[in-house]
Design a protein around this ligand. Structure first.
Ligand code: CA
Length: 231
């Protein structure tokens, strides 16, 4: 479950460089060469972060940013704007439109990667840190240990990945299909109800007889971690 970065850039050479560097850092990269493609990909894949070029053919980067912010499904995707223009007014306009950070061309890839890491850490700490917590649940991605309070919870590998995915996006509702893609992978054929079986096992392992269930079943939609549980 690598964090996914959407790169929107119409210069092929720069795209190649960004993709190479981001993939080397362990990100999964989605590529769009214009604004329409970017909006489609963002809708379909809900990336964890977008690196968005300001100067794009047809739809400008600013317009893409504005539209991403206007749609509920993509409103919270962190955005780093990339521009050749260094004027302060552009910078302010970019941040006004809802970009989270800003980088000016030419930049070093090391600088961009540092920005990406910083934004990821700030906005999705659960994706970059080894230890993820939610209420009294703690999940260690390195040792693969899970605790509920003081109690150690023993999970199978699938239940572990399922819980990790839910904990990385607390409160977000995932359909069975989305969970299949994220936990089992897109190249495996598994029936949707398999997800229900593994959620059942996960619940059984997590919840003692008197304990509250941190997983919420959302009718006809899927599953989520119950945000009121950690509140
Ligand atoms: Ca461009």
């Amino acid at each position: 479950m690598k964090p996914t970065v959407l790169v929107v850039e119409d210069e092929a050479a720069l795209m190649t460089l960004l993709v190479y560097n981001l993939e080397s850092e362990g990100y999964r990269v989605l590529q769009a060469t214009d604004g329409e493609e970017a909006l489609l990909l963002a809708d379909e894949e809900t990336p964890d972060l977008a690196v968005l070029d300001w100067m794009l053919p047809q739809l400008s980067g600013i317009e893409v940013c504005r539209r991403l912010r206007a749609r509920p499904a993509t409103a919270n995707i962190p955005i780093i704007m990339v521009t050749a223009r260094g004027e302060e007014s552009d910078r302010i306009r970019g941040l006004d439109t809802g970009a989270d950070d800003y980088i000016t061309k030419p930049f070093s890839t090391a600088e961009l990667l540092a920005r990406v890491r910083a934004v990821m850490r700030r906005i999705r700490p659960a994706l970059t840190e080894d230890l993820v917590t939610f209420g009294d649940l703690t999940l260690d991605k390195v040792t693969h240990r899970v605790r509920r309070g003081e109690r150690e919870v023993h999970l199978g590998p699938t239940e572990f990945r399922l819980l990790q995915h839910l904990m990385e996006y607390p409160g977000r509702v995932f359909s069975r299909e989305q969970l299949l893609d994220a936990v089992w992978g897109t190249d495996v054929y598994v029936e949707a109800r398999t997800v229900d079986v593994h959620v059942g096992r996960l619940r059984k392992a997590l919840n003692g007889s008197q304990e509250r269930d941190p997983i919420r079943t959302v009718r006809s939609a899927g599953y989520a971690l119950d945000e009121t549980y950690a509140a």
